[in-house]
Each structure stands twice: as structure tokens, then as C-alpha cells.
Design a protein around this ligand. Structure first.
Ligand SMILES: Nc1ncnc2c1ncn2[C@@H]1O[C@H](COP(=O)(O)OP(=O)(O)OP(=O)(O)O)[C@@H](O)[C@H]1O
Length: 556
């Protein structure tokens, strides 16, 4: 290119690097100049690094990974908190990386400055950590290809834009917002899809130089080819979109000095040596554009796998723009991370079969990218309590995890009942442990144990003798007999034993049926008319506490 072009490019670079101190010196971006100018080998679009071989029984279930180290990235924009759709895309990247001994990278794409949400970046990283899918490289963990936040990588994008302008693949666009709006309105009036008319493509070099010298605001646009190079997507198969025929040249660098998604993700994926891009299917049609950018930049593109989207029941995409329910909300409600991961994989695809109760280790070994289907899936949140119940039971049955649950219940109890708790023993580790084991098939969250239905576990009910008499005139006799049974049970204090004994007592009564005996006992022990079986209630409370409550009911 001519010296004019070099001059223009330098102007852009200095403007961009100087803009509000947002750009960094290239020294802050590891190995930038060396890698950027060292054209990475062009391996037939780089798409043969992963191939479908349906006969091979490989770890990944029919997909052979060869040559390059597997490096995948989850690249959300911190324009909102993480939702379940984003979590599933992150998870599939994580599963793929773990299956192939690769690296899982978290990159924050914060170039849309107008939509940044304070706290979102931290929320995303913390949520991934909470879910057990901790990135190997990220802003907080670091890594050799950092920084992992796009606003700290501006010099890379401006240099790429410069290189594209120099090679004639990009050009300055001086069109005003007003003109672009008019183009849009006119297209809509004619019933056409709005598109840029590529006017600035044809500006004479002198005109461009004059505009730049006058400091006219400008963006940089990429010159799209008419020809559509098809590519093989791991989910959608061979795909091609004649982007140049249907779209105007896209902006790659905005006039605020920030790149658009198209340039930034291409440059970063290449510089971070990303081998596979697993991202939402909404990017499928943009991929031909991205491949044109790779070609123009002489960079090796990754292999693509576009993932079907998770949808709301009304068919819309789960998206931060709609303020969909964030993961932090489910977390606050007591959802377990493994239950959420299990739910979002169950309502999608990527596995030979679906079943409830898969943990992360099993998800890694059973994930099969060749099983991902192209159609989107509706998220069925009504199933979450059942998924949570199954996973909570698994935690309760695991000694180490159950210890943590006991502590959680203890904290919740202290917070909920503060000074109402009369008996310190309800905060005892073994007492809570017993309650958890007794209720593990019935509760979806440990928070359920704090609901009024379970208050009897922590607080003594106040039941009057009169209430019991109203249920049965034999109530005194019944309660005395039961206390006798408890005293003589010699360690055989199980729900089954107690139920058998209660039946025997009922048989000896003249006026009270077995069912009424149960109702009477439930009321005396819990102050409630419904709840778990009486045998279970008695075992949960323990012999001493049951006797104490029964005795009190006789005296009340
Ligand atoms: N509903 C969804 N289902 C599956 N993947 C999704 C969904 N929404 C986003 N993703 C994917 O998650 C990754 C991060 O997405 P991003 O942070 O842009 O979220 P988003 O909800 O699409 O944001 P926005 O609403 O701001 O566009 C991208 O690869 C994106 O394709």
C-alpha cells in the first residue's frame, strides 16, 4: 500500500491508543507483535483439526481431535448477569475442554460500553466457579494469553484494523449516524432489509486523507466478499452464507475506538490460540464473515460448533436483554449447581441418553458433541425442584458434603428463629444430620426445612389437653401407653418398629381407630394436622424429645 495508507493507519492507531487511556501499550499484551505479524499457518481454513469419525470409539464419542491443543473459550459480555442459556454454553465448552485434556478460557467481551452492567463481570466469574466449571485462564486467574478482558486489548484490534486497511480489506467510513438512519428508514419504507450501501468503499484516497486531516469522525468497515466460503460446523454440518450479497460491509472498529464483536472475537480467538469455538447458534450466519476476516488477517480460524439455544416457554431466546432470571436468583432460592447443570443438559442434547442425577464428572465422560442437535430447546423450569431433590439426596448421602449441609441448616436456623429456639440440642450436628437423612427423599432444598410445615423440628408446639381430648376421649390412655412403648423399646427405635407398636395399641382401644391415634399423636408432637408419617416424626425428634412433648401434652 502507499505511504498515504500508512499515514492514515498511524493516525488511527495513535487516536485509538490515546483514547481515554483505554488502549494499552503492546508490551502489556503478551507476545502481541511477534504473534500478530507471524502469520499463523493456514491449514485449509483450520477446520480439519477436528473431524467427524462416527465409527471411532473415542473418549468424545465419535469425534476425533487431532493436532492442536484443545483450547476453548466462553466469551460473554458483561452486559448483565449470567443466565441459564449462557451457563449451558459455558458448560459445553468446559465439558469439551475436559474431555480432551484442553484449556477452558473465560474472556469478557466488554466492548459495548453503553450496555455494561456494574458487577456483571464479577458475577459471571463467580457463578462459573460456584457451578464447578472454573476457567483455567481468566481475568482473575491470569494466563499466558491475557489480558482476558477485551477493553484491555484495544491495541490488538486497532493494529488488526490497520493491517486490514493496509491490505485493502478494510476502509474508513465517514457516514454520519443521520445518513445511516436515512438509509434504514428508506429501506424499511420499501419493505427491504436495511443494509449499508458501502458508499465509503468508493471514496478516493485524497478524499479519505482530507477527511482524516479534518478530524472527521469515522469507523472502519470490512470489505465483504460476494463469494460465500462454506465451512463445516460440528453441529450444523456444511454451512455457507453469502454475507456479501445480503449484508452491507460491517463496521469492525467503531468511532469510539472500540472494536465490534466481529473483529474482536476473531483477533482474540487467534491470539489466544483458541482451537474450537462453541457458541450460541445466533452466530452461525456471522461465521462466514468471521472466516473472511481470518483469511484477510492471515490467521488460522478455529473449528466451529454452534450450539442450539435455550428458549423461554414463549419461544424467545433466554437473553440478558430481556432481563431473564439470572443464576444468582436460583442460587438464592437454594438451587444446587449440579442440579442446574443437570437440568440444562437434560433439556438440550449432546448425550446418548438423558437421565436425572448426573454429576459433573459424569457429564464430562458422557458428553458427546456429535449428539448435539440443531434445534433449540425450551427450558422447563418446572422440573428444577425434582432435579434439586435428586442432587440434594446425593449430597446428603455423601459424608463430606452432608457435613456442609448440616452447617448450612444450622446457619439458616439461627437466622430464621434467632431467639425462639428453646432447646439448644436442635442445633446439634447429629440431630440435624438425622433430620436430613429422614427427609432426603422429600425435600428439594434445605431451605424447605425452614418452612412452617417443619417448624416442629426446631420449636416445641403448644397443644392443649383440651385439643387432644376433642380428638379422642382416650387421649390420656393412648399417650401413656406410647410413652411406655418408648421406654421399653431397647434401641429398636425405628419408624417401622414404632408403627407396628402403634397398631398394637390401637387394637387394644375401644373407642379410637388407628387413624385417629395417628392424628392425635401428630397433633401432640407437631401441633399440625399434616406432615410426615408419625413413625418418622418420632424418630426425627428422638426418644427423649418425644417423651418430653407427650408428657407436656398430658399436663397442658
Ligand atoms: N439462550 C441461550 N442459549 C444458549 N446459549 C446462549 C444463550 N444466550 C447466550 N448464549 C451464548 O452464551 C455466550 C455468551 O453470551 P452473551 O454474554 O452474549 O449473552 P446474551 O444473553 O446473548 O447477551 P445479550 O442479551 O446481551 O446479547 C454466547 O456464546 C452466546 O451465544
Amino acid at each position: 500500500m502507499s505511504s498515504v495508507c500508512v499515514l492514515r493507519c498511524n493516525m488511527v492507531v495513535s487516536r485509538l491508543l490515546g483514547a481515554g487511556g483505554l488502549g494499552l501499550g503492546s508490551g502489556q499484551i503478551s507476545g502481541f507483535s511477534a504473534r500478530f505479524h507471524n502469520h499463523l499457518g493456514w491449514s485449509v481454513w483450520g477446520l480439519r483439526d477436528i473431524t467427524h469419525t462416527h465409527t471411532a470409539h473415542t473418549h468424545s464419542g465419535g469425534v476425533c481431535v487431532t493436532e492442536r491443543e484443545v483450547r476453548v473459550r466462553f466469551a460473554p459480555s458483561p452486559t448483565g448477569f449470567l443466565h441459564l442459556g449462557g451457563l449451558r454454553t459455558a458448560l459445553y465448552n468446559f465439558l469439551f475442554a475436559r474431555q480432551h485434556g484442553g484449556r477452558f478460557i473465560l474472556r469478557l467481551e466488554d466492548t459495548d460500553r453503553s450496555r455494561l452492567v456494574p458487577g456483571a463481570a464479577l458475577d459471571i466469574e463467580h457463578t462459573l466457579q460456584w457451578a464447578g466449571i472454573t476457567p483455567d485462564e481468566s481475568d482473575s486467574r491470569g494466563g499466558v494469553y491475557g489480558p482476558y478482558v477485551q477493553s484491555q486489548r484495544l491495541s490488538l484490534y486497532s493494529a488488526a484494523a490497520v493491517s486490514l486497511i493496509e491490505s485493502g480489506h478494510a476502509y474508513y467510513c465517514f457516514c454520519t449516524n443521520h445518513r445511516l438512519e436515512l438509509l434504514k428508514t428508506e429501506a424499511l419504507r420499501r419493505g427491504q432489509t436495511p443494509r449499508y450501501d458501502n458508499r465509503c468503499r468508493h471514496l478516493h484516497a485524497d478524499q479519505v486523507q482530507e477527511n482524516l486531516a479534518q478530524g472527521k469522525p469515522h469507523a472502519v468497515r470490512f470489505r465483504l466478499h460476494m463469494k460465500a466460503e462454506p465451512f463445516e460446523d460440528l453441529v450444523f454440518g456444511w454451512t455457507g452464507h453469502a454475507v456479501g450479497e445480503v449484508e452491507g460491509d460491517p463496521v469492525i472498529l467503531k468511532n469510539d475506538g472500540f472494536p465490534t464483536y466481529h473483529l474482536a472475537n476473531v483477533v482474540d480467538d487467534a491470539h489466544m490460540h483458541v482451537s474450537h469455538v462453541l457458541r450460541g447458534a445466533e452466530w452461525l450466519t456471522s461465521t462466514c464473515k468471521h472466516l473472511q476476516l481470518y483469511r484477510a488477517l492471515h490467521m488460522t480460524p478455529p473449528t466451529y460448533a454452534h450450539l442450539p439455544l435455550l428458549l423461554n416457554p414463549d419461544g424467545s431466546k433466554l437473553s440478558k436483554r430481556q432481563g431473564d432470571i439470572y443464576i444468582s436468583h436460583f442460587r438464592q432460592q437454594g438451587a444446587l449447581p449440579e442440579a442446574l447443570l443437570d437440568l440444562i443438559t437434560n433439556c438440550g442434547s449432546g448425550f446418548h441418553s438423558n437421565r436425572v442425577g448426573r454429576n459433573l464428572k459424569e457429564l464430562i465422560s458422557e458428553f458427546d458433541i456429535s449428539k448435539i442437535v440443531t434445534h433449540s430447546a425450551v427450558l422447563d423450569l418446572k422440573k428444577l425442584p425434582e432435579f434439586n431433590r435428586v442432587h440434594l439426596q446425593q449430597r446428603i448421602e455423601d459424608e463430606r458434603q452432608c457435613r456442609l449441609l448440616v452447617d448450612e441448616v444450622k446457619n439458616l436456623l439461627t437466622l430464621t428463629y434467632t431467639d425462639q429456639i428453646q432447646e439448644e440440642k436442635v442445633l446439634d450436628h447429629n440431630y440435624i444430620l438425622r433430620v436430613l437423612h429422614m427427609r432426603k427423599r422429600h425435600i428439594s432444598s434445605v431451605r424447605d426445612l425452614l418452612s412452617p410445615m417443619y417448624s416442629y423440628l426446631w420449636l416445641r408446639p403448644s397443644v392443649s389437653r383440651q385439643q387432644l381430648e376433642e380428638m379422642s376421649s382416650e387421649s390420656h390412655d393412648i399417650i401413656s401407653r406410647i410413652m411406655q412403648v418408648i421406654k421399653g423399646c431397647n434401641g429398636e427405635y425405628t419408624p417401622e418398629f414404632l408403627t407396628g407398636e402403634l397398631k398394637l395399641i390401637a387394637k387394644k382401644l375401644r373407642k379410637t381407630k388407628y387413624s385417629s391415634v395417628m392424628k392425635l399423636l401428630r397433633l401432640a408432637l407437631t401441633g399440625q394436622q399434616q406432615g410426615p408419617s408419625v413413625g418418622e416424626i418420632m424418630v426425627s425428634l428422638g426418644e427423649e424429645e418425644v417423651c418430653c412433648r407427650l408428657q407436656k401434652s398430658l399436663e397442658a
